[in-house]
Ligand binder design. Structure first.
Ligand SMILES: [Zn+2]
Length: 466
């Protein structure tokens, strides 16, 4: 038996369990990493007490698509995603990406993880596909260190691009890897960070970057390795690459992935706004999931994903904030709000839209499903004690407390939360990350960003940091 903690007297607990149970004035008893009971007046004998009076409590958000390394390539008007064509944008942004080194990845990951934790995300997947030759192979290891320091649950997507520019990709040569190099490193990382244990804090996902910038064999062999080692698969799909894929292979990207076996309940893609209704059915029939990343879709001016149609087809969904090159923040509560607003904007023409609570379930239980985490995504006895609390007692929220389930996205409650708990441990509380010197880390991060990225990139000329 681990440490006992009681979250006492919550104004509301939105469980996101299969029955959509909403508790009022209830407690949550936590032992070690797990929730053991939820209900009013639980016996807290000997347990540490967290006063949740006035609080709405939610299961931790699960982020299903991100690129932490991009956190040092943001707030940069010279490479403006909304106003450049995708090709022009890629041409400029990859020139900055290739400057990334180990130190920049460590600190940019810390910055993104801090943002995630402060906004209710307790389990993050990151798609780390940027391995400039000079940066070496230890970038995911540094991310694991960062996650361990802050206490966030971390699933690392080891990505790669393997097709040279000369053969039709958009990737600078400095960022290319061979399929063998990529898979050898996946294998090494799986050995170090993957397990099937419940409540595990790390895992690894084999995640070739995108079909259009990889050799076919990279995808074929990724499937073989992932299935052999029992880990999941992820890639970008349906984000504007179908025309070049048709030209190169005579197939749309999903059909290409189907041919290679890169589909299944252990696979999820990012984006998918270019998918067609027949493709929704194909994905549902194989159990393949989709991470919806609203910020890049709206900043890029892309179609609003048809979540009602995806739901009717039976496609499993999660929410992602995506990297800071196409969404400057890592605030998943903000992505939740944007996702709901986008769906609402199409509600009339589509005959209805998901509720804010539907979107919250996509961001919690949905994301946990994509990551294969039956122990996450809802607040129930036996599941991990991953949760966050929002103070609903302030004057700004008066008049809104009758519906805690829909509260977050409808009200735009997107600011820092009051408390975040991961695996039974408080990792963020009262505006402070627990157990770290945040000022020192922020100063070191700024220095790392200057050293690795800003000082070496012409895109930043004309900007003074302070
Ligand atoms: Zn992405």
């Amino acid at each position: 038996m681990g440490e006992r903690v009681v979250i006492k007297g919550a104004r509301a607990i939105v469980s996101c369990d299969p029955s959509d149970t909403l508790y009022r004035g209830a407690d949550i008893l936590v032992e070690g990493p797990a929730v053991v009971a939820i209900g009013p007046g639980l016996d807290s004998g000997g347990a540490e007490i967290i006063d949740a009076g006035g609080m709405f409590v939610y299961p931790g958000l699960v982020n299903t698509h991100h690129h932490f390394f991009q956190t040092f390539v943001r707030n940069l008007a010279a490479v403006d995603y909304p106003s450049l064509s995708v090709l022009d944008w890629i041409g400029k942004i990859y020139e900055i990406f290739k400057l990334i080194d180990e130190r920049a990845v460590y600190y940019s990951s810390l910055a993104a993880m801090a943002d995630l934790l402060k906004h209710g995300c307790t389990c993050a997947f990151d798609h780390q596909y940027c391995f400039p030759r000079r940066a070496g192979k230890r970038l995911v290891d540094r991310q694991m260190e960062a996650a361990s320091l802050l206490g966030i649950r971390y699933h690392a997507g080891r990505g790669a691009n393997t097709l040279p520019k000369a053969e039709g990709s958009l990737i600078p040569d400095e960022m290319l890897e061979t399929t063998d190099e990529f898979l050898a490193d996946c294998d090494r990382l799986i050995g170090l960070y993957h397990s099937d244990e419940p409540f595990r804090m790390t895992d690894v996902v084999v995640s070739p970057c995108q079909p259009v910038n990889c050799r076919r064999e990279t995808f074929v062999e990724s499937v073989a390795l992932a299935r052999d080692r029992g880990v999941r698969l992820h890639t970008h799909l349906g984000e504007g690459e179908n025309a070049p894929m048709l030209e190169r292979w005579g197939k749309r990207t999903l059909a290409w992935c189907e041919d290679l076996g890169f589909v299944g309940p252990d696979v999820w893609y990012a984006h998918g706004w270019e998918l067609e209704p027949g493709e929704y059915r194909a994905m549902a029939s194989t159990g393949t999931g989709l991470s919806h990343c609203p910020a890049p879709a709206i900043l890029g001016g892309f179609p609003v994903l048809d979540i009602p149609a995806l739901g009717r087809a039976g496609v499993r969904l999660g929410l992602g904030c995506d990297g800071s090159a196409t969404n400057d923040s890592s605030n998943l509560l903000d992505s939740l709000r944007v996702a709901w607003m986008m769906q609402a904007s199409r509600g009339k023409e589509r005959g209805g839209c998901p509720s804010a609570y539907d979107m919250l379930k996509i961001a919690t239980a949905g994301g946990a499903g994509l990551l294969g985490r039956g122990d996450l995504g809802s607040l129930e006895p036996g599941k991990a004690a991953d949760l966050f609390m929002v103070d609903a007692s302030g004057l700004e929220f008066a008049g809104a407390d009758h519906d805690p389930a829909n509260f977050l996205a409808r009200l735009g409650a997107t600011g820092p939360v009051s408390l975040t708990m991961v695996n039974g441990k408080v990792v963020y509380e009262g505006g402070r990350l627990v157990g770290v010197d945040e000022e020192r880390l922020a100063a070191e991060a700024a220095e790392a960003c200057d050293g690795a990225v800003r000082s070496r990139s012409p895109a930043y000329s004309g900007y003074a940091r302070r």
